[in-house]
Ligand binder design. Structure first.
Ligand SMILES: Cc1ncc(COP(=O)(O)O)c(C=O)c1O
Length: 387
């Protein structure tokens, strides 16, 4: 078989394709983590992570996926009984509410139709109705619907009202603009296997001063492993995590972050935005409709509605047969949409390919479309960008 597991293009929202330099870095012989050599590598990772997160606040790197970082955020900040406004417009923003409940706090759900963004005025209204809400959670780039939420505007409201804002930046950090210090985000979480370009297994968390005020006042934090004060103490003492580090993953992350900084923040975000524009125009030219409402489309993933009569399983199997994996819908969107991620090193070559294959597979399944129209529309986007 030509397209086996080792030779397939992942256009899925994590894991994503990783640069060979990252694999090479991960194949380094593992050295001991309680050494000056390793502390230097780990310390550099944290410094580079801060640069990529555009923050001067504390950043910690955990062993664990993005959800571990979300878990850490709630466990450390939120006490049983606290009222938390959970802004929910998809599966991942809903996860914040589930974790809130797990730790005995009171989730107050603000539900928005999946495919639409949370509007800042909805947040103001909700906070007005329940003034004793202390925390607000949200997902910046809602991967399940491919919607980008207006964090900056929402952060303006939460900062003004003295609420602590916890943001899932798992599929925006490293791929789109996120300015936690400038915007007023108190907690920002990320994950290694998305736009940061490193295999799964690391979660990152940025903790701002207002979040520290809350954490430092707590008598007891109900987590031993992801206890933020323990991470802070250990890092300040010796630039290392308190427990055994995921050494090979840190080698990979070090290389991945080096590559991000070599490309440059602005260039990287602009590239992600250009790829997103090309996918959107290309898919529309094939006759497909985006799930995301106009004006709030994600720049790292695109969700497309299936045309009448196209079966999700058959479509994705067809794509896989031609060497490309795309993702299906989640929860009630299962079978109704497919999602194409364009994160990390995905660029023109992969975008043109996924559009050509989408046209081919749709035609194989009997959908009438001009299969080359997707590629042409994307080419126009790329050519226009040269001018
Ligand atoms: C926006 C968002 N949040 C959270 C998660 C969960 O991250 P993980 O699977 O790394 O725990 C994902 C994973 O796809 C995600 O896209």
């Amino acid at each position: 078989m030509v397209y086996d597991e080792e030779n397939i293009l992942l256009m899925t929202p994590g894991p994503v394709p990783f640069h060979p330099r990252v694999y090479q870095a991960m194949s380094r012989v593992v050295f001991h983590h309680r050494t000056p050599e390793y502390r230097k590598t780990f310390g550099e990772c944290v410094s580079m992570m801060k640069e990529v997160m555009q923050t001067k606040n504390d950043v910690f790197i955990f062993t664990g996926s993005g959800t571990a970082a979300m878990d850490a955020a709630i466990a450390n900040c939120i006490s049983p009984g606290d009222k938390v406004l959970n802004l929910i417009d998809g599966k991942f923003s809903e996860r914040w509410a589930e974790i809130t409940e797990t730790f005995g706090a009171k989730p107050i759900r603000l539900d928005v139709e999946w495919g639409k963004a949370v509007k800042p005025e909805m947040v103001s209204d909700a906070l007005e109705k329940e003034p004793d809400i202390k925390f607000v959670t949200m997902c910046h780039n809602e991967t399940s619907t491919a919607v980008l939420n207006p964090v900056q505007e929402i952060a303006e409201i939460t900062s003004e009202q003295g609420k602590i804002l916890l943001v899932d930046g798992i599929t925006s950090v490293g791929g789109d603009y996120v300015y936690p210090d400038k915007w007023g985000i108190d907690i920002l979480v990320a994950g290694s296997q998305k736009c940061l370009g490193c295999p799964p297994g690391l979660g990152m968390i940025m903790v701002g001063p207002r979040a520290w005020d809350v954490i430092n006042k707590r008598e007891k934090i109900p987590s031993y492993y992801v206890n933020l004060p323990a991470y802070k103490k250990s890092f300040e003492k010796s630039s290392e995590p308190p427990y055994t580090s995921a050494i090979s993953l840190i080698y990979g992350l070090h290389e991945a972050l080096t590559m991000i900084l070599e490309e440059g923040y602005e260039n990287r975000v602009r590239r992600h935005r250009l790829m997103a524009e090309a996918v959107r125009r290309g898919m529309e030219a094939l006759g497909l409709q985006l799930l995301a409402e106009k004006g709030c489309e994600s720049n790292t993933i695109t969700a497309l509605k299936y045309p009448e009569g196209i079966d999700d399983g058959a479509f994705r199997k067809g794509m896989q047969k031609h060497g490309t994996l795309v993702a299906g819908g989640q929860a009630h969107l299962r079978g109704k949409i497919f999602r194409v991620a364009h994160m990390n090193i995905i660029a023109e070559r992969e975008i043109l390919l996924v559009l050509a294959l989408t046209g081919l597979v749709l035609r194989e399944l009997g959908f009438e479309c001009e299969s080359e129209a997707g590629v042409s529309a994307a080419q126009e986007v790329f050519l226009k960008n040269l001018k």
